[in-house]
Design a protein around this ligand. Sequence first.
Ligand code: ZN
Ligand code: ZN
Length: 340
Amino acid sequence: MADAQHDAPSSVPAGRSRVWNYHPALPIRMSPVFDLPPKPKAALAWLAGTWLKVTPPVSHMVFAVVAFLAFWPALPQMQSLSWTWMAQIFAINFAATVILAGALHLYLFVYAGQQMRLKFDVRPMEKSPRFTFSHQTWDNIFWSLVSGVPIWSAWMILYFWVAANGWVSTQGAILDAPVWFVLFFFVIRFWQSFHFYWIHRLIHIPWLFKNVHHLHHRNVSVGPWSGLAMHPAEHLLYYSGILIHFVLPSHPIHVIFHMFALNLGAIYSHSGFEKLLVRNRDAIKAGSFHHQLHHKYFECNYGSEEIPMDRWFGSFHDGTEAATAQVRARKKQRAARAER
Ligand SMILES: [Zn+2]
Ligand SMILES: [Zn+2]
């Protein structure tokens, strides 16, 4: 897709279309932080829009700080593997997932708190034999809680056990390196987007797609619980982004924020609604139309809006009908090549 499109004014205003109950203004916006030549004003405005408003990353930060200050086991306790602190981490992660996904699901889908307003896909959650228990919501809850939370927790337990024993370099007090402490949150956001792009491309290799990633893609119209409905092998890869903390000195809040961003971020981004409305006012940005397009058209938008990897590697779908035609043409070419 043309780079020039990125800064072009929206050619299609937000609203309803033949395909969508609601779509944002098109083409969709991507982060300008990595644009060349640099656009410092636009980049700062994008970052301010992420951190100085009520957004999912700010909500992950609140979850992370509360979890760390009020509930997290102390580092010395984590030097030896014991069920007490491991269960504590599992319980915090389990509770955070149930609280956020449960609240969003109840508000948006059970009580229809904003009816169809700002909902991307016209379809409700489905009952279909392609899902475990033939029921999309129960399928999604099952895979999130039975595979997602344990694997997420296992990665965190591994990290904190290693960190508590001093086998990786960590940041002690925030004031030891305050600039790095702040800067690292930005690095984590970019790393998350970069890592997700590559593992996502990997699991779209036909064999892995068929045997692993297919489970997540059974969800075409998505809801909050769909975000973490993945095959265990995908969970293992998805949370492996934590490996950055084995290399770069991290404070526990960095690690907890990062892992909550992976987990709670997927719950928000799959909520199916662009924003939550409370009394008809925007309360918080929620769903990602960028990723919703991936669930509809599959072979596009493997990454996220934070780094324009899809633009750089030619897999960007900007939401317009022209982009849909391009994705379909690409799929046809690929199928023709496979038949040869
Ligand atoms: Zn998804
Ligand atoms: Zn995918």
